[in-house]
Design a protein around this ligand. Structure first.
Ligand SMILES: [Zn+2]
Length: 144
C-alpha cells in the first residue's frame, strides 16, 4: 500500500478520533450544566446517577467506534493496515482503497462484509444499533 495513502488514512483516523472525543466532551459538558438549577443535595445525588448514565451512553454508542479507530491506527503502525481479516472463500485479500476511504477503520473487504451480513442476522442487528449498518450499505452500493 502506498505510503501517502497510509499517511492520509492515519490523518483521517486521528481526525475521526478527535472529533469523537470532542462530541463526547461536549455532551458531558451539556449534561453537567443542565443540572445547575437543581438544589445542592439533590444535585450531588443526581449528578452521581447522571455520571453513571453518561458512562453507559459512552460505552454503548462510542466505545466500539473509538476502539475500532485505535486498532486501525495500530494496524498502520504494524503495517497490516488494509489487509482483510475475514478470510472467507470470496475474500479479496486487500481491502479496496475506495472502501478504506469511506470506512477507514474497517477490517473486512466488501466480500467478507457481505458474507458476514448474510450469515449473521444477529450481527446485523448489532450493527444497526451501533449505527454502523448505514455506513456499510452506502459503501457497498458505491463499490458496485
Ligand atoms: Zn475479505
Amino acid at each position: 500500500m502506498r505510503k501517502e495513502f497510509l499517511k492520509k488514512a492515519e490523518e483521517t483516523l486521528l481526525e475521526m478520533k478527535n472529533q469523537l472525543l470532542r462530541e463526547i466532551q461536549e455532551r458531558v459538558r451539556e449534561e453537567t450544566e443542565g443540572s445547575k438549577d437543581e438544589g445542592r443535595d439533590t444535585y450531588d445525588l443526581a449528578s452521581h446517577e447522571r455520571d453513571r448514565e453518561i458512562n453507559f451512553l459512552l460505552n454503548a454508542r462510542e466505545r466500539d467506534k473509538l476502539t475500532a479507530i485505535e486498532e486501525a491506527l495500530q494496524r498502520i503502525k504494524d503495517k497490516t493496515y488494509g489487509m482483510c481479516e475475514g478470510g472467507g472463500e470470496n475474500c479479496e485479500g486487500e481491502i479496496r482503497l475506495g472502501r478504506l476511504k469511506v470506512l477507514p477503520f474497517t477490517r473486512l473487504c466488501v466480500k467478507c462484509q457481505e458474507d458476514m451480513e448474510r450469515e449473521s442476522k444477529i450481527q446485523k442487528k448489532f450493527e444497526e444499533e451501533r449505527g454502523y449498518r448505514k455506513l456499510a450499505i452506502t459503501d457497498i452500493e458505491e463499490e458496485f
